[in-house]
Design a binder for this molecule. Sequence first.
Ligand code: GLN
Length: 259
Amino acid sequence: MKKYLVCALAALTMTSMMVVGCGGGDKKAADKPAEKVLRVATEPSFAPFEFQKKGTNEITGFDIDLIKAVGTKAGYKVQIMNMGFDALIPALGTGNIDVAASGMTITDERKKAVSFTDPYYTSGLIVLVDKNNTTIKSIKDLEGKRIACQIGTTGEKKSRSVKGAKVTAFNTNVEATMELKNKGVDAVINDAPVVGYFLAQGGNEYAKTVGEVMEAEQYGFAVKKDSKLVGELNKAMAEVKKSGDYDKIYKTWFGEVKK
Ligand code: GLN
């Protein structure tokens, strides 16, 4: 009791000296300013950008490596958490998370609700169908057909723009492609690099893409609207690009360096 009192007094009166002799732990904590934490959320059914490492809870991928590099460069300890894609923007609004790093396309509609960093990857949508399908050759052939997509995505928006289509929006991309496998839908609309990765990982046993990649989409990290984090992250991202770290991360996940 007495010891604690002495320590408390010491801490109060000797803050400038910092060495209060109440145990090693205290000294260390007092020497170092509190670590700033960056709470990053992602929906991990979007390999190779974010996905769960097989048999673990660990989330990995291009976006994860990049936001860790950028966040660290900006002076933060980066914390990754799992969240539904359609929950990301509301969570930024309420301040429950600081960043959404989830292959999120920068759109004018989203910009009304959140702010985005500079773009870090160029993507676009593509149509995925059963390998043996010979009638669907592009999005034009999807009129009146059954389409699966992920809820809250640009793929859902595109799906819903197809005349007469019956659209099912799933919580995850994995469920959307499962539905194609089970023949519950005729097509999936999703981001081309994710579809490409899925096919290369064995999806090509039952599925194939048709048509061209649709209009280009840029991925950005989203933050609370008008947050000063945008400037901090942009500055850090420019440094991560300049140092060659972006290229290294790109190479890890895509195998080549794109300029
Ligand atoms: N890029 C798409 C979007 O922003 C899909 C993102 C995702 O499924 N993670 O809507």
